[in-house]
Design a binder for this molecule. Structure first.
Ligand SMILES: [Zn+2]
Length: 469
C-alpha cells in the first residue's frame, strides 16, 4: 500500500504521488508572531512534524518550508500598546515559537521565510495579477478581483454569491466588489511601509504565503498545510492568487484540527494558561508532545487536564519499558533510525492510511505489553526484539525516549552519569549494610535517597534507580 492523504480540495483521502519521484515539497502556514505560542498553535507544528518524519522514513527527500508572518494588524496593535517597535514584538515572539518547537522535538524546517523579507517577490506576483486583469490598485491598496476567478470558493466549498464582504479593510469603498480581498495595504500614518509601484504599504497576509511558497518550492509543489481555521479566507485566497497568476500551486491540501477548551475555540484569555511555557511546567515536554500528537491530526482536541495526565501516564509506560529493556539488552543492538523498513507492517499500514497515529500508537502499546512480558522472565532475545520494534516506531513519531532531544531528559539531562555515580556509592553502602544485617542503616540510606528525589527499586538484577517524577 502506498501513502494516502486527506485532501481538503477534493474532500477525500487519495493516493499521494509527488510531482517529482522521491521528493516531497511541503509548505506549512506558520506563526503570526503577535504573542507567544499556546498548544493550539503548536499542535499544528507537531502534526506536520510527524508527517515530515513519516515521509523521510518512507525514503522521500522532503523540502519543508514553514513561514513566519512578522507583520500584521495584531503585531502593530501590540507594538503600539507597549510603545515598542513592531519588529521587537515580532522577534520576541518568533524566538518563543522557535523555543516551543524545539522543546517539543519538532524538526526545524529547511527554510523559515519571513514575510517582510519577501516584498520584492510579492511585488512581482501583484504585477503578474494586475497584468492578467485579476488585480487592481485602488485608494493606496491593491485588491484581488474575485469576480475574475470563477473557481473562487472551490477550496472551502462556498459559492461567491453567498459570501460576505472581505473584512480586511476598514472601508470597502475602494473595492470593485466587497468580497475582493487586499493583496497589499496602503501605508497609514505611523505604520511601517515598503515602497511598491502602487505606493508605500505593507503585505497582505494571503499574498505573502503565495509568494514565499512558490519562491522556495516552485510554481507547483506537493503539499500545503495549516490549521482548519485557515481554509477560508486564507487558503482560498492563496489558491485564487496563485492559480489566477498561472501557477499550479499546491497539489494536496492538508488541514489539522483545532484545540478547544470545553468546546470553545481558544481565545486569548482562555489560552494564556495553555501557553507552551506554562504547560511544560505541568508535564514534561515529551509528554506534551505525546498528548498533542496522539489524536488523529484531523480530529479536534478538546483540552482537559485529566486527558493530559492520562497521556503522560501512557507515555511513561512506554518509556518505562524502553528504559528497562535497554538496561537489560543494551541500546547498541537496536537501530534508532527512523526507517519505514524497520517498523512492523501494521504500523506502516496505519501511517500510510492518512497518518493513522492512534492505530500506530496502539501497536506501540501492544509491543510494550509483549516486551514487558519478555522482561518479566528475563528473556533477553524477546526483549531485544520488542525494544527494536518499539523504538523504530517511536522514532517515526518523534517519541523515542533514547533519542534526541529526550535522551537523558528524564533523569537530570547531562547530569545523569554524575548522579549515577553518586547514587551507586550510596547503593553500595546500602548493600554492605544489608550484608551485615544492619537493616535500619540500609533503610535509612533508601529513605535519604527518596528525600533527595531518587526512587530505588529492587529487581532480580539488583537495585535500579530513577528520579521521582
Ligand atoms: Zn499562510
Amino acid at each position: 500500500m502506498t501513502l494516502r492523504l486527506h485532501d481538503t480540495a477534493t474532500r477525500s483521502v487519495r493516493e499521494f504521488t509527488p510531482l517529482q519521484p522521491g521528493t516531497v515539497s511541503l509548505y506549512l502556514c506558520g506563526a503570526t508572531v503577535q504573542a507567544p505560542p499556546h498548544i493550539g498553535h503548536i499542535r499544528s507544528g507537531v502534526g506536520f512534524d510527524i508527517l515530515v518524519r513519516w515521509l523521510r522514513a518512507s525514503h522521500y527527500q522532503v523540502t519543508y518550508c514553514r513561514n513566519v508572518t512578522d507583520i500584521d494588524d495584531k503585531i502593530l496593535a501590540v507594538a503600539a500598546a507597549e510603545e515598542v517597535p513592531w519588529w521587537a514584538v515580532a522577534e520576541r515572539n518568533q524566538r518563543a515559537f522557535t523555543r516551543a518547537y524545539d522543546v517539543l522535538g519538532c524538526l526545524p524546517p529547511d527554510v523559515e521565510p519571513r514575510a517582510t523579507g519577501h516584498v520584492p517577490e510579492m511585488i512581482v506576483l501583484m504585477q503578474r495579477l494586475i497584468d492578467a486583469g485579476h488585480a487592481y490598485a485602488a485608494g493606496g491598496d491593491v485588491y484581488f478581483d474575485v469576480r475574475t476567478f470563477p473557481d473562487y470558493g472551490a477550496l472551502s466549498g462556498q459559492r461567491v454569491a453567498h459570501m460576505m464582504a472581505a473584512a480586511d479593510t476598514e472601508d470597502n469603498a475602494a473595492k470593485r466588489d466587497p468580497r475582493d480581498f487586499a493583496l497589499w495595504k496602503g501605508a497609514k500614518p505611523g505604520e511601517p511601509s515598503w515602497s511598491t509601484p502602487w505606493g508605500p504599504g505593507r503585505p497582505g497576509w494571503h499574498l505573502e504565503c503565495s509568494a514565499m511558497s512558490t519562491k522556495y518550492l516552485g510554481s507547483a509543489f506537493d503539499i500545503h498545510g495549516g490549521g482548519l481555521d485557515l481554509i477560508f479566507p486564507h487558503h482560498e485566497n492563496e489558491v485564487a492568487q496563485s492559480h489566477a497568476a498561472g501557477d499550479g500551486f499546491a497539489r494536496f491540501w492538508l488541514h489539522n484540527g483545532l484545540v478547544r477548551i470545553a468546546g470553545e475555540k481558544m481565545s486569548k484569555s482562555l489560552g494564556n494558561s495553555l501557553l507552551v511555557d506554562a504547560m511544560i511546567t505541568e508535564v514534561r515536554p515529551v509528554e506534551l508532545r505525546y498528548y498533542l500528537g496522539q489524536a488523529h491530526y484531523r480530529s479536534e482536541i478538546d483540552y482537559a487536564p485529566a486527558a493530559l495526565t492520562e497521556a503522560a501516564t501512557a507515555y511513561r509506560r512506554i518509556e518505562g519499558f524502553v528504559t528497562r529493556a535497554a538496561e537489560l539488552v543494551g541500546t547498541d543492538v537496536v537501530s534508532p533510525d527512523s526507517d519505514s523498513a524497520a517498523v512492523p507492517a501494521a504500523f506502516t499500514a496505519a501511517m500510510d492510511d492518512d497518518l493513522g497515529v492512534p492505530q500506530a500508537l496502539a501497536l506501540v502499546h501492544e509491543t510494550v505489553h509483549d516486551g514487558n512480558a519478555a522482561l518479566a522472565v528475563a528473556d533477553a532475545a524477546g526483549t531485544a526484539k520488542r525494544l527494536t520494534e518499539a523504538r523504530s516506531m517511536l522514532a517515526v513519531l518523534g517519541l523515542d525516549p533514547l533519542a534526541a532531544p529526550w535522551a537523558g531528559g528524564k533523569a537530570g539531562g547531562n547530569l545523569r552519569p554524575v548522579v549515577d555515580a553518586l547514587v551507586s556509592v550510596a547503593l553500595e553502602q546500602r548493600e554492605a549494610a544489608r550484608a551485615r544485617k544492619d537493616y535500619p542503616a540500609a533503610d535509612a540510606i533508601r529513605t535519604q535517597l527518596a528525600r533527595a528525589g531518587v526512587a530505588v527499586e529492587d529487581t532480580p538484577r539488583g537495585p535500579r534507580w530513577e528520579l521521582s517524577p
